[in-house]
Design a protein around this ligand. Structure first.
Ligand code: S3P
Length: 429
């Protein structure tokens, strides 16, 4: 197995940095473009492995996608343009690919089978099987325990009202994509507001939706019209550089073209509460807000993260743990039980990583209590194939007093192609 050693930064992070395109939005541009009528052009695509799994899935369903540089041209022929796939659809490591496809395929008149890697096959799928089943879909968990492989036999769907037990943009999106094919009204109510990229994008494609803070509804069936989508930089990728700059003395970075959808930027609020100096400069965007982040090093102090704030920084949990480890005082992160069923059990794996770095941490069923340390030690880290754990470990190495060795470091490519090169360039290595 390959490994990579990240040594303590010799100086602060510097420069103007650009992160690759937003993974969440790119998945949606591909899937919605695939079922829209007419051409969809997606600009600024620099997707990693997860996005490429979605692109391959669309192609397996008979949709022609031309890739030239960073521009994708999708030849959509409506929902009825999708064709039965010749074999299994491999969603690889991507929960978004599998769950959104489940909604898209639930109403198509053919059978498909969704598979994935070992991590994805461990993740809960009942949360889409059950609500889509209430709409008339026939989705079977092959092992019978609510996990993939999933066998989807398309059926005529009817709109239903759903109340989600856990805030989830993936489940909400799967239901909306099914609702577009269903007869009657489909409505989703959430306990906290999850990211709303699907709602924004569907409107860009001409869909009619209505909604409020904690609900969204649409009447089906509806047809979508191909359009042009400009992808912003991924805030969740920027997050690793933001925290690195915030905790490494002498740092000052400018991250341009970053997506700043407020359902995603909870990390900025958490860091502001910790005393970080981050400037946000809006840039011209379309349906998604975009801007520049200017981040300088400064002392951080402990905070408490829970509830709706945790939902708005759901994917930033690993890197928030590193910020907490470098902050003065004791930070509590709660209401994070959902993190146990991400690409890895991120609560357990981060507890283990922090302990290896010499940080005192208590693991709770729904989060962590992290005692800030004046110094992070070296460690050898097995990220369990989880991209965000590997990148959090790399930032710990740069911000620590001794090297961190990361096994299987290339899992970072799942969401952030070129991560180590950008980090090294910013650190002047
Ligand atoms: C995502 C939604 C979130 C997030 C995931 C991407 C999306 O998952 O953690 O990385 O693109 O919709 P949940 O919807 O399960 O919370």
């Amino acid at each position: 197995m390959t490994s990579r050693t990240i040594a303590p930064a010799g100086r602060g992070l510097r420069g103007r940095l650009v992160v690759p395109s937003d993974k969440s939005i790119a998945h949606r541009a591909l899937l919605v473009g695939a079922v829209a009528e007419g051409t969809t052009v997606v600009r600024g695509f620099q997707g990693g492995r997860d996005n490429r799994a979605t692109m391959a899935a669309c192609r397996a369903l008979g949709v022609a996608i031309d890739e030239r540089g960073e521009t994708l041209t999708i030849a959509g022929a409506g929902f009825d343009g999708l064709r039965a796939p010749a074999g299994d659809i491999d969603c690889e490591n991507s929960g978004t690919t599998m769950r959104l496809l489940a909604g898209l395929l639930a109403g198509r008149p053919f059978t498909s089978r969704l598979v994935g890697d070992a991590s994805l096959l461990r993740r809960p799928m009942r949360r889409v099987i059950e609500p889509l089943g209430r709409m008339g879909a026939a989705i079977t968990s092959e092992p019978g325990d609510g996990r993939a492989p999933l066998r989807i036999e398309g059926r005529a769907l009817v709109g239903v009202q759903h109340t989600l037990a856990v805030a989830s943009a993936q489940v909400k999106s799967a239901i909306l994509l099914a609702g577009l094919q269903a007869s009657g009204s489909t409505r989703v109510d959430e306990p906290a507001r999850s990211r709303d990229h699907t709602e924004r994008m569907l409107r860009d494609f001409g869909a009619r939706l209505c909604g409020g803070e904690l609900w969204v509804a649409l009447d089906g069936p509806q047809r979508l019209r191909g359009t042009t989508i400009d992808l912003p930089g991924d805030f969740s990728s920027a997050a690793f550089l933001v925290v690195a700059a915030a905790v490494i003395p002498g740092s000052e970075i400018r991250l341009t073209g970053v997506g700043l959808n407020p359902t995603r930027t909870g990390l900025l609020d958490a860091l502001a509460a910790m005393g970080a100096a981050i400037e946000v400069v809006p840039e011209a965007g379309a349906s998604e807000p975009v801007g520049t982040l200017v981040v300088r090093h400064g002392p951080l102090h402990a905070t408490h993260i829970a509830g709706e704030l945790l939902v708005r920084c759901i994917d930033e949990f690993p890197i928030l743990c590193i910020a907490a480890a470098r902050a003065e005082g004791t930070t509590e992160i709660r209401d994070a039980a959902e993190l146990r069923v991400k690409e890895s059990d991120r609560v357990a794996v981060m507890a283990e990583l922090l302990r290896a770095l010499g940080v005192a941490v208590a693991e709770l069923p729904d989060g962590l209590v992290i005692h800030g340390a004046s110094r992070l030690g070296g460690a050898r880290v097995d990220p369990r194939g989880d991209h965000r754990i590997a990148m959090a470990a790399a930032v710990a190495g740069l911000a620590g007093a001794a090297p961190v060795v990361i096994d299987d470091p290339d899992c970072a490519e799942v969401s952030f192609p070129g991560f180590y090169a950008i980090l090294a360039r910013a650190a002047g290595a």
